[in-house]
Design a protein around this ligand. Structure first.
Ligand code: MN
Ligand code: MN
Length: 456
């Protein structure tokens, strides 16, 4: 159903389903804020619905088999084997599970005027001022030289302390307010306030020493161990229902955990697909997809080789690519009435009007866009309309206002028809992003439809 307000068209029992689904999602993203936690939680849910690690599967994979494979704890592909052989093509949905945040530097701890801090480097595109004066949580692991993994999670349990980045009081901000946003908030100043109690016996940097005493006593981590760590600073606190009508969700990292969660749910609720179906959850999208756990990693292709071998398909991968279809499941930007000047209202998506189908990503003359062929878009329109999916075409904003890319390009270049299709977001990349429960449910419906729809 094209460009219609979903709330108006759904019957009451349908809206109950929408609200229940949104509540599952809200709880899931409230506790799974990092890639590693997301992967672990997905595996736990998948195992309950009959999925198993592909390396433990003996013999041939047969239709209905449900498998997953994890890459370094931060990327996962899940799939259900279809009735048709792999060379007839498969259906892929790919979403990313990393989100903008602040990472601790390799030597993060320092002390100034009796206050202890962590130095950070931001990860992904953020408006830095948005991260000041809010409660922050610390998540991550340090790996010792022995290989032992030490885990830290501080800030999201009820009795946990939190962290913050301070800002200058308005009374003294005469000079600060004259600066541009770019000049006023240098990345190097995003330092996390972490402690003020000095170690009694220490003369030099006693607060810093006390931080390390605590890290050592409570978590078994030394100063050097932080060099081999992944510590992420994220907004503290759960995602919440937003609005007097509870129609929206305010939460951290919905780009792109909203598409990751909905595609995952769509996958595990489909038991006997015609074609094999896969949900690919990748890391490192927000920093360009360069690493081993990113969409550009050969992990995906080697996984497909393993699947073709284990299903007894003798054809080379190019047949699978050519006959497959993919959705790049990433969020789109919704028209924000407070900032209309940045959007083309005729080509922008509206909140509550369904999943966004984005023909063109990139920016400035479609630079960096993977634009799928019109035939593929027509097929998407057809299957969504036939299955009462609320959907709308969308674009990120005005032609020369900026832009953004997605992982679509890394699947399109394999010659898999790929289209960007995901939930619309307001305040994208802010510590707390806004989505509509109607759009979240429509995204889930869209992905379910994509996994099951026929070719013609
Ligand atoms: Mn993003
Ligand atoms: Mn994204």
């Amino acid at each position: 159903m094209l460009k219609t307000n979903a709330w108006k068209s759904w019957k009451e029992e349908e809206i109950d389903k929408v609200l229940q689904f949104a509540e599952d999602y809200r709880l899931f993203i409230s506790i799974n804020k990092t890639e590693r936690k997301f992967v672990d939680a997905v595996v736990e849910l998948a195992r309950k619905t009959g999925f198993s690690d592909i390396s433990t599967k003996k013999g041939t994979l047969v239709p209905g088999d449900k498998i997953y494979k994890i890459n370094k704890g931060k990327q996962i592909i899940l799939g259900t084997i279809g009735k048709q052989p792999m060379d007839q093509g498969a259906r892929f949905i790919v979403a990313h599970i990393d989100a903008p945040r602040l990472d601790l530097k390799p030597s993060p701890v320092y002390e100034d005027e009796g206050m202890g801090y962590f130095k950070t480097c931001y990860y992904g595109g953020i408006k830095k001022y948005q991260w000041l004066t809010i409660p922050l949580a610390l998540y991550g692991i340090a790996v010792l030289k022995t290989g032992e993994i030490k885990k830290i999670e501080i800030g999201d349990n009820e009795n946990d302390p939190v962290f913050t980045i301070t800002d200058l009081l308005p009374h003294l901000a005469k000079d600060q307010v004259k600066k541009t946003i770019e000049e006023g908030f240098p990345g190097e100043n995003l330092n996390i306030l972490a402690a003020t109690i000095p170690e009694r016996e220490e003369e030099k940097e006693p607060v810093k020493r006390n931080i390390f005493s605590i890290l050592n006593k409570k978590y078994g981590i030394t100063e050097e161990d932080i060099i081999s760590s992944e510590f992420e600073i994220v907004p503290a606190g759960p995602a919440k229902d937003l609005g007097i009508d509870r129609s929206m969700i305010l939460g951290y990292g919905q780009d792109d955990r909203v598409c990751a969660y909905t595609s995952f749910r769509a996958l595990i609720e489909n038991n006997n697909p015609e074609k094999s179906i896969f949900c690919i959850l990748v890391d490192q999208e927000e920093i360009g997809s360069y690493g081993t756990t990113s969409a550009q990693s050969t992990f995906f292709q080697f996984f497909l080789e393993e699947i073709t071998e284990k299903t007894g398909c003798k054809q080379p991968l190019r047949y699978i690519y050519e006959n497959s279809k993919a959705i790049s499941a990433d969020v789109s930007s919704l028209l924000d009435p407070g900032y209309k000047e940045a959007y083309d209202p005729k080509n922008s998506a509206r909140i509550g009007h369904g999943v966004c189908v984005e023909r063109t990503t990139g920016g400035r003359g479609k630079s960096g866009s993977t634009e799928p062929a019109a035939e593929y878009i027509a097929w998407i329109r057809k299957i969504f309309d036939e299955n009462q999916v609320h959907w709308q075409p969308s674009e990120i904003g005005k032609v020369e206002q900026g832009g953004g890319g997605t992982v679509a390009t890394f699947f399109a270049r394999l010659n898999i028809p790929t289209i960007d299709c995901g939930t619309g977001v307001i305040s994208m990349h802010a510590p707390f992003e806004v989505t509509s429960k109607a759009d979240i449910y429509s995204t889930y419906m869209a992905y379910k439809t994509f996994y099951t729809a026929g070719e013609k």
